[in-house]
Design a protein around this ligand. Structure first.
Ligand code: SAH
Ligand code: SF4
Length: 343
């Protein structure tokens, strides 16, 4: 029988497990605090549990940990890319971006991605599998341990479409924001989705506090479908309607992400259409200059980026140009991909 991985179990699930093992309920809080507070990786270290209970735990459970396979630090901006190996030999990447004594971590939610955006290296891999909640959140624990820096901001913008792995994503968020665990602030977690419509609506209905970002990337359905095939199923107008529903329900703003691809979606007309699309919405806009990845695309020259940006001036929403960190080590947005299975 395979052992249960305790990393990735919510407080409730741990309580169930402890109850099934005929131990008092408070044991689950003790275990939770050993795993996420003191960050131990063996039952032997849990010294406030009886030896007998620790032995029973060791027989039926494990505390999983991602294995570091490689890491690389940018010479330009000191961001670090970690390659973590999973139990089954597959691997994922996370990117740590340090700033003034703390850090932002870009986390993966899947090995590969099924959405197949034509400009994205992860999309090119296809979907291999979803990460478990433990595998998602351990990227944070491992990055903190390896770098010695506390992660304060978390962006689900690594490999994968977070809303295609909805339950594990939200369980990882729940544990990461637990006060007796890693205790990250909900508002410092950003989930980025390519626009899985039913999940945006469900997310809005469930009232989660984590922030939401939407990858818009184009201003006409023809353009967006060519870049992101899921647009055939959920076209721009529907995405905007869903965003409106979310912002009204949550009273939160969304962030629209817009990758600037030279002469594809970066014209002055595109900027004008983008203006129209977002007018009146509670949002902000992040323009992301393209990082070379796959396909026939290139980064817009600075003059085009500037001209696009200027067309958005005067909008009541904040507009930022987001230069990716770590593009010299292929750690920028859309550059994450792991070549082959395992070693
Ligand atoms: N799958 C999710 C989150 C990961 S991608 C999503 O698509 O939203 C994070 C952001 O990087 C998305 O906005 C995506 O459009 C953008 N992106 C993908 N490939 C890129 C590239 N090569 N250069 C710059 N941004 C890219
Ligand atoms: Fe998947 Fe996001 Fe890449 Fe599109 S941009 S293929 S949704 S990871």
């Amino acid at each position: 029988m395979s052992k249960t991985d305790l990393k990735g179990l919510s407080q409730n699930e741990l309580e169930d497990l402890v109850r099934r093992m005929d131990e008092p309920r408070f044991r689950s809080a003790q275990i939770f605090s050993w795993i996420y507070g003191k960050r131990v990786d063996s039952f032997d270290e849990m010294t406030n549990l009886s030896k007998e209970f620790r032995e029973r735990l060791a027989k039926s459970a494990t505390i999983g940990q991602l294995a570091l396979q490689a890491s690389e630090t940018s010479g330009k901006d000191s961001s670090t890319k970690y390659l973590f190996k999973l139990q089954d030999g597959l691997a994922v990447e996370s990117v740590l971006m340090p700033e003034d004594g703390h850090a932002t971590l870009c986390v993966s939610t899947q090995v590969g991605c099924a959405i197949d955006c034509k400009f994205c290296a992860t999309g090119k891999m296809g979907l291999q599998r979803n990460l478990s909640a433990g595998e998602i959140l351990d990227q944070v624990l491992r990055a903190e341990e390896l770098s010695g820096q506390p992660v304060r901001n978390l962006v689900f913008m690594g490999m994968g479409e977070p809303f295609h792995n909805y339950d594990n994503l939200l369980k990882a968020c729940e544990i990461l924001t637990d006060e007796s665990g890693p205790n990250l602030s909900s508002r410092k977690l950003v989930i980025s989705t390519s626009g899985i419509l039913p999940k945006i609506l469900q997310y809005a209905d469930e009232g989660h506090k984590y922030r939401l970002a939407i990858s818009l990337n184009a201003t006409t359905d023809e353009q967006r479908t060519a870049l992101m095939p899921l647009n055939k199923k959920w076209p721009i107008a529907e995405v905007i309607r869903a965003v409106k529903y979310y912002t009204e329900k949550s009273n939160q703003r969304v962030t629209f992400e817009y990758v600037l691809l030279n002469s594809v979606n970066d014209s002055v007309d595109d900027a004008r259409r983008l203006r129209k699309l977002v007018e009146g919405l509670r949002c902000k806009i992040n323009l992301i200059p393209y990082n070379p990845a796959v396909g026939p695309y290139s980064r817009s020259p600075n003059e085009r980026i500037q001209a696009f940006y200027e067309q958005l001036a005067g909008l009541k929403v904040p507009v930022m140009i987001r230069w990716s960190k770590g593009d010299d080590i292929a750690a920028g947005c859309g550059q994450l991909a792991v070549a082959e299975k395992g070693r």
